[in-house]
Design a protein around this ligand. Structure first.
Ligand code: SF4
Length: 674
């Protein structure tokens, strides 16, 4: 048996684990006891992630649609078809008729080359990642307010935080080893504050549980700020030295009526006061929130950053903001330019200097206007003129919960899919390229703590598959590009030349330790455990005044409940991986034994008032539609809130989603006649 250290590629924690191989097969997994992110622990997904590679359903030959059917063809034929169709569409409709989207699970090398193909070879900024369907609010807000679009501190530092705020993320389900780190910190004396409409497992351990109404986070943070200001607990030296916009922020917060805000959030003023004092008085306090699929509103992210600035909870060990990325490489795909308005390294596409630097490196002219987002192309309500879509490991038909991606793809003249399996999306593909799996290629991913890590090749690729980055090189060359990358390591070397904070992240350096946290540069080859520790430039940070509390919704009487979408442990983002891991698929099915057609979670008291018992069918009425589904009656969810796991797709399809495209839909719950 051989054992090799690698990185779990399931979620954004990026746990270190060993893959055990026998011959050409991965036969086992065990956690690294010394990896700083997980320290000997992995979750059920990590224990079984390798099963995906040995699924009998793997594709082993390119597929091309002929006479309405996908047929096996040679690689040359597949690449020739793609190149011809891309050139034809660009010639007839211009470069913006093509769009290039990937999964936030794609490697750094795939992401970098895909956006380079779009921008430098095709000439369009129509690039985005799958989670972009729900918005890039966290990255945009952090860039605007802090100048860095990422988590500021390390997972291991949670052990040094005196106060930990977990806001709107079910860690035990979404990022389990971080959930464990938070609970261990709590057991060692940290105070734990949880803000969430659902009483999840971490909330059970909270010192203060603020079970707010969904969508009122910004109002709650405004109230926390009001308490801190009224008690004079602001960090005025920090604000004076490092922040802009404080006066406008202060003026707005002073107008806040604490009792009215408490009523709007559904949280007692006493709890708000206790949470504010604990956070402000802590020597080091951390706020953890999810940047994920729930599309946290920008105002909620701004409010959390404002609180950290107000109290100076930044730039020290254990004091910071954790913008948790649930997908394993959401951080990396954003860092490397899979955004319609930002280049690798986050330079705006509209900035001539940012473009010029890349144009010199890539020997190509780059487009200057922002591209179409994945949301606009795959889930928008307005038609686009996109006629060809490239989807790298991305399965929007089964993973997007907004809009109708299938109908959009059906209208395209070219849909290229790179994937391990025939997915729901491949039913609309013109070409499918079979890719290598976890353990079959050496690439890198960047975890939620900015840790750039190697995922190692431990077995040969399944015959008939190739790495997705190599496929991108083949197509670029077929289009006339002078691309000569001999390995993924060479792609990373180029990334290091064009993205300054990856400059020291060559494979040799990454392999010396458990990856490196960016910025990783020639001056700082060991990487950076927490940001701003070397000093913060004057005026580097920016307050954003909180929005005025919205008026009470006019439709509240008609639709008094709030429908919230979220994740479950086994059905998780791209369910295609769970469905191809025998163990995880079995666990997932157990969840559905009692509710074979899916369920929504309903509060026990709400159910009693409606006369609904567990397992009975209820109707959810919204302004745009209605859905009938079984009720799972539980006390953990806040009264007035109905929770729908993403996998119960018929609910969002029949209800039509929120009018603003957000994660909350006002509904009325009715008992359905038997
Ligand atoms: S917490 Fe995430 S990275 Fe760690 S083992 Fe589980 S799925 Fe893998």
């Amino acid at each position: 048996m051989a054992h090799r250290l690698t990185t779990c590629t399931f979620c954004g924690v990026g746990c270190g684990l060993y893959l055990e191989t026998s011959g050409n097969r991965v036969v086992g997994v065990y956690p690294s006891t010394s990896h700083p992110a997980n320290q000997g622990r992995i979750c059920v997904r990590g224990w079984h992630a390798h099963e995906v590679a040995s699924s009998p359903d793997r594709l082993q030959q390119p597929l091309l649609r002929r006479n309405g059917r996908l047929e096996e063809v040679s690689w040359d034929e597949a690449f020739g078809f793609i190149a011809t169709r891309l050139l034809d569409l660009r010639a007839r409709h211009g470069p913006d008729a093509l769009a290039f989207f990937n999964s936030p699970r794609c490697s750094n090398e795939e992401s970098y080359l895909l956006q380079k193909l779009a921008r430098a070879v095709i000439g369009t900024n129509n690039v985005d990642h799958g989670a972009g369907v729900y918005g890039n609010n966290s990255v945009n807000v952090l860039l605007e307010m802090l100048g860095v679009g990422a988590t500021t501190n390390s997972i291991g530092e949670l052990a040094r935080s005196e106060v930990i705020v977990v806001d709107g993320v079910d860690l035990a389900t979404q990022l389990p080893t971080i959930g464990g780190a938070v609970i261990r910190a709590k057991l060692n004396g940290a105070r734990l504050i949880v803000i969430d409409p659902r009483r999840h497992r971490v909330a059970e351990s909270a010192d203060l549980f603020l079970q707010l109404k969904p969508g009122t986070e910004a109002v709650l943070y405004g109230a926390l700020a009001k308490v801190i200001i009224d008690r004079g607990l602001m960090n005025l030296p920090f604000i004076a030295a490092h922040c802009r916009g404080y006066d406008a922020f202060l003026a707005r917060v002073r107008d806040c009526d604490l009792l009215a805000a408490a009523a709007a959030c559904g949280v007692s003023a006493g709890l708000i006061e206790a949470a504010a004092l604990a956070y402000a008085r802590a020597k080091s306090a951390a706020i953890l929130y999810s940047t994920g699929i729930e599309a946290r509103p920008a105002a909620a992210v701004e409010a959390a950053v404002n609180l950290a600035l107000l109290t100076g909870q930044l730039g020290r060990e254990g004091a910071g903001l954790y913008a948790l990325t649930e997908h394993n490489n959401l951080q990396g795909v954003c860092d490397l330019g899979m955004l319609p308005d930002r280049l690798p390294g986050y330079g705006p596409v509209a900035d001539p200097a940012a473009r010029a630097a890349l144009e010199a490196a890539w020997h190509a002219r780059l487009p200057s206007g922002p591209g179409a987002s994945a949301r606009a192309v795959l889930a928008g309500r307005e038609p686009t003129h996109v006629r060809g879509v490239w989807l790298c490991r991305y399965d929007p038909v089964s993973s997007a919960f907004l809009g109708d991606a299938a109908a959009r793809l059906e209208q395209c003249e070219l849909v290229v899919v790179q994937h391990l399996f025939r997915t729901e999306t491949s039913r609309y593909a013109h070409v499918v390229l079979p890719t290598t799996a976890f353990g079959e290629e050496q690439v890198t991913f960047t975890s939620t703590e900015r840790r750039i890590q190697l995922a190692e090749q431990v077995v040969p690729p399944l015959p008939g598959t190739t790495p997705a980055w190599e496929q991108l090189v083949r197509v670029a060359r077929a289009l006339g590009a002078d691309w000569h990358y001999g390995s993924a390591a060479e792609v990373m070397d180029e990334i290091g030349r064009v993205v300054p904070f990856y400059a020291g992240a060559g494979y040799d350096n990454l392999a010396r330790d458990y990856g490196r946290q960016w910025p990783c540069t020639a001056d700082r080859p060991l990487g950076t455990r927490f940001l701003f520790g070397d000093g913060i430039p004057a005026g580097a940070f920016k307050f954003v005044p909180p929005p005025q509390p919205p008026p009470a919704a006019a439709a509240a009487a008609d639709f008094p409940h709030t429908l919230v979408f979220g994740n479950s442990l086994y059905y998780w983002h791209q369910n295609v991986l769970i469905q191809h891991s025998e163990t995880l698929k079995r666990e997932y099915r157990i969840l559905l034994l009692d509710y074979p057609e899916g369920f929504v979670e309903l509060n026990t008291d709400d159910a009693k008032a409606l006369g609904v018992r567990d397992g009975e069918r209820i109707r959810l009425r919204a302004s745009a539609g209605s859905a009938v589904v079984a009720a799972r009656v539980i006390p953990e969810i806040r009264r007035g809130t109905v929770f729908v796991p993403f996998f119960v797709r018929q609910v969002q399809q029949q209800i039509g989603g929120a009018a603003d495209g957000g994660p909350f839909v006002p509904v009325r719950v009715e008992k359905e006649a038997a």
